[in-house]
Design a protein around this ligand. Structure first.
Ligand code: NAD
Length: 264
């Protein structure tokens, strides 16, 4: 049987190490024959990302800090020169000052609000626009969000607001690019132990609470995230765009924990 991503080329942004959600996705895509280019945020990350990328035969690894638009442009210039076109994009990038991922949302500073929105939300729009220019035959784009976009999660604060805007961006971009055959979707992942995840205060408590109170009562795995991303990036989801797809053991449907949990 031919592999789902055979002959497909794409860009993966947001691998920091082998715990990164972007890496879970890249592994699933590589198993299905995809060819990938990777970005890394800076020299500190190169040491970890290069061996991972090498391990799956990647020969285009480009530094990119989304706060620096020249570095974003350089990524797409290199992709254009090397491949001419791409078929998919994964954006798994977020940042907020740790000191504001605790306490009250009301105390968010102006500077950190703007920076969080730029890195965690607007970067997807800037990148999607450039990626679409390299997708003359259509394509699929994917970003990562979290349930804190639509309901209040302790300490998630400004990141929840940025994710809400990111989810709205997914819908607007899906409309903008739909007539070019380009689909745009998001995965809303349950909590995963990553660098970014650990930035939210009391992440461990949230992780345990969501796991214990989700219908499946299990943590989200790297394989599950990879599998859902593969679906959204491949032709298997050819009729799906503008969607936020939950991969969270079903936690998003729960309004109240099981009563037996409350009685213990
Ligand atoms: P991670 O720390 O492995 O990845 C975050 C990535 O963002 C890193 O690779 C980092 O280099 C990159 N990044 C941050 N600022 C950047 C900048 N200025 N320029 C370029 N890159 C920058 O953590 P992760 O959990 O894999 O995060 C990936 C995505 O998944 C994020 O959007 C995150 O919000 C989202 N997400 C995570 C969880 C979770 O529980 N870990 C849950 C839902 C959604």
């Amino acid at each position: 049987m031919s592999k789902l991503m055979q002959g497909k080329r794409g860009l993966i942004m947001g691998v920091a190490n082998d715990h990164s959600i972007a890496w879970s996705i890249a592994k699933a895509l590589a198993e299905q024959g995809a060819e990938m280019a990777f970005t890394y945020q800076g020299d500190a990350f190169a040491r970890r990302v290069k061996p991972l990328a090498d391990g799956i035969g990647c020969d285009l690894l480009v530094p990119c800090d989304v706060e620096d638009i020249d570095s974003v442009d350089n990524v797409f210039a290199q992709l254009k020169e090397k491949w001419g076109t791409i078929d998919f994009l994964v954006h798994a990038i977020a940042f907020s000052d740790k000191s504001e991922l605790r306490g009250r949302y009301a105390d968010t500073s102006r500077d950190n609000f703007a920076r969080t929105m730029q890195i965690s939300c607007f970067s997807f729009t800037e990148i999607a626009k450039r990626a679409a220019e390299l997708m003359p035959n259509g394509g699929s784009m994917l970003t990562l969000t979290y349930g804190g976009a639509t309901s209040v999660m302790p300490n998630y604060n400004v990141m929840g607001v940025a994710k809400a805007a990111l989810e709205a961006s997914v819908r607007y971009l899906a409309m903008d690019f739909g007539d070019q055959g380009i689909r745009v979707n998001a995965i809303s992942a349950g909590p995963v132990r990553t660098l970014a995840g650990a930035g939210v205060s009391d992440a461990r408590l949230m992780f345990n609470f969501q796991q214990n109170n989700s219908p499946l009562k299990q943590p989200v795995t790297s394989k599950q995230l990879g599998g859902s991303a593969l679906y959204l990036l491949s032709e298997m989801s050819g009729g799906v765009t503008g969607e936020v797809h939950f991969v969270d053991s079903g936690y998003n449907i729960v309004s109240m924990p099981r009563l037996e949990e409350l009685k213990t």
